[in-house]
Each structure stands twice: as C-alpha cells, then as structure tokens.
Design a protein around this ligand. Sequence first.
Ligand code: 4AD
Ligand code: MG
Length: 463
Amino acid sequence: MQRQKIAAVLKNSAVGSELDVRGWVRTKRESKQGFAFVELNDGSCFASLQVVIDQSVPNYAELMQQLTTGASLRAIGELKASPAKGQTVELHAKSVQVYGTADAEKYPLQKKQHSFEFLREIAHLRSRTNTFGAIARVRNAVSSSIHNFFQSRGFLYLHAPIITTSDCEGAGQMFQVTTLDLAKLAHSKTDVDFTQDFFGKRASLTVSGQLEAETVACSVGDCYTFGPTFRAENSNTARHLAEFWMVEPEMPFYELTDNMQLAESFIRTTIREVLEHCPEDMAFFNQRIDTTILETLRNIVEHDFIRLPYTEAVDILQKCGQKFDYPVSWGIDLQSEHERYLTEQHFKQPVILFDYPRTLKPFYMRCNDDGKTVRAMDVLVPRVGEIIGGSQREERLDVLLSRMAECHLNPEEYWWYVDLRRYGTVPHAGFGLGLERLLLLLTGMANIRDVIPFPRTPKHAEF
Ligand code: 4AD
Ligand code: MG
C-alpha cells in the first residue's frame, strides 16, 4: 500500500478505508482495558491522527515499551468513526511497525511547554512542536502565494546572484566572500591585494538583488527575485536577521503610485490566501500566540492602506503628545516606536509613507523637484513596523551621477547600472519585502528568529 498523509486522510478518507500512515508519536495513553491511543503526527497538517492499538496487534507488549513520544512508526489499519470527543475519526491498527525509538529519558521535547528560547537551541527538533510545525506550513503557504501573485500577473522569476561586487544599499553591511588566507593576512604588514583573491576584487554576499533586477526589468519587463539576502547588521533586535529572504519585484514604466498599488495588493492578497489555505494553523496562532492576530489580518485584507508623505507623518508624531525615546524632527530616520505609533494608535492599519528625506535613502531613488526628498516608500504594519522598502528609481543619467557623487560612489564601479540610463532609459520602480517580517505579521510571533528554520544572527550560526 502507498503511504498516505494525515492531512489527506482527515480531509478525504471515508470511514471504512484501509490506511497506511507514518509519522512520529506525539503522545501515547494506555488504558487499563488493554489498549492504547497514540497521537500520530506527520507534519502534513496541524492535527494528529489518533491510532488505536489493541492486543490483537502483533507484538503489543513490545510496542507499548517502544512507542514513547518522538518514536516513529508505520501503522496499517482501518479508519473508523471515533466515539470519543476530540476527533471524528481514528485509525484502528492491524499492524504497527516501529522505525525508530526515542529514549523517553533523553528526548528533549517533553510534554511540558518549552520556551521559544530553549527551542531555538534545539532548532533541529522544534518543527515537531505545534507552534513550529504551524510556522513551517504557513511559511510554505505564503511562499507559494508570493509566486502565484507574480506569476498570475505575468512577472518573470529572476535568479539574482548571491555573490556580488556592488553594495546596493550603500550601508556597508556586507559579508565578504574571499578565498584569501585570513590567518596569514592577519600577520602581514602590507595592504590586502584583492587582485589575488578568487574574483580578482573585493566580493560579498548580496544585500539585495535590486540592481540586477532593474537591468532585467528594463529588458524583458516585470520581474521579481525571491531568495536569501545577507546583512552584517550588528543589531540584536527581534526584527533583524543576518540571513533573511527577500522578494523584490521590479517594474518598467511604473511610477511611485503604481508601485504603492502593487505593494498593497501584494500584501493583502498573500494574507488572504494564507488565511484561506491554513485555517487550522492560523486558528492556533490566534488562540495560543496572539489573540488579536485574525482580527488584525482581516482588517488588513478588508481596508485600503493609508498613504502619507514622510513630512506629514513627522507632523503627526510631533503633535501627538506621545513621549518617544527618540524625539522626532524632520530628517530623522523613523524608529520602530514611531512606526508603531502610526500603525497601531493613530491609523490602526497599515501605512505607506513616501517622499523621504534624500539623506536617509540610497543613491538609486528618484529625486523630487523640492531638492530635499526622494520617491521612496516604506510600508509599515501594526506590531512589526517596516515590512516593505521600495522606490521609484532615478532614470535620469545626470541626476543619478550627481547622486552617486553625493553618496561617495564611483560610477565606474557601477558602469553597467549607469548604462541603463544611457541606452533607452525608462521610468521604473520596485520594492523589497522581507519574508520573515511578513511571517511575524501573519503568525503573531514576537521574534524573527522563530519564523525562519535556522536563524543566523550575531554569534549564532548553528545547525
Ligand atoms: O528597505 P530595504 O533595505 O530595501 C532594499 O533592500 C531595496 N533594495 C528593496 C528594493 O527596492 N528592491 O529592505 C527591504 C525589506 C525591509 O523592508 C524588511 O522587510 C527586510 O527587507 N529587511 C530585513 N528583514 C530581516 N532582517 C534584516 N536585517 C532586514 N533588513 C531588511
Ligand atoms: Mg528599508
């Protein structure tokens, strides 16, 4: 017989079906009447399947010894209506085969509630818990929804390089990639000769695929990247990772308002689809992680986002009478306390801030005529703050060159990027969404380390 997944069994199988299921024991209860209930989970859905094992099953006594929490098994039997509360059906086993036992004394996932901090230390096992199983499924569902969103609109999926020699964001947060012998270099008194390095010059892990995406968008049209991104930000916050996944659409012939429209519909569509595809996992988050999560998400799906120039946001923050740790004045980079005030207290919904001071933003953003601001946009959401950063791009060669000079960038090193403005330049725009920030919003989890399977943060790269 073929292996059946528990998700499909619970959804489709009729009482009376012969089943062959496999998975891991969540719990086992032995009754005094000489049979046992095993909660079997295979990760395919939130629910476990109750497997009833009685003494007619070969090796019953031995099975009772072997089947402790964490053990893996195969059960063949018949699906029957369950007389007890908690489930509508249960599997009456005819045979049970144990693949691997899990020493009850040593198995780290005991029945009691573990802290998320502890579970991070056993990230290789944490997906076996309710919370992390649900996160894994929601992460998968939202990734699939992201591809659907762009594919259904005719966007091309672009694989941007991971190794790069240009710093897109100009923030100096790049991890270097080298084959030079660092131990030897440490003792050398001369400057590092990068011509001797693997790529013949200084190379790094990418902080963004945007610059490459711009070149592709300006050749074959709307495209998007979706891949890992690396930033050596030494900020130990609950919203930063050194390795995170970013989605970056780039669209020729788009101006900032088109960009906002796409970003908004992107967030609302993916949230709606996750609510549709993962109802049990989402109900769990709402019950156990954050009791406002479904209400917040429905509110986002059902209402238009607020759009507000940065300058007006500063005005609101200055006049609101709220005491902030970082005082607000025109020109400051808004802190998460400010972003949260706007989305959680003032507007109570997502806000797209645009036209930021140009001193705060990278060289590629289009300059406004006021000489002070650029066509940047950040999408801010309740609880998380910034979830998307994007802009209309500077398509005018002379303005781009003067912005590069202002940002101390050498146009020769970006010659290919500058070329786009020399040959058939067009207005274009794009944005980047941090997948893990979206997952924080979706799940109500408080720490970004808990929505990626194996988090990388300062001093942490285990597993
Ligand atoms: O605002 P950012 O830096 O924008 C860019 O990288 C542009 N090149 C995007 C574009 O226009 N194509 O980053 C975009 C998003 C942020 O809004 C945030 O959601 C996420 O990436 N992000 C991080 N997520 C987790 N950990 C970090 N260290 C992050 N840095 C940015
Ligand atoms: Mg940003």
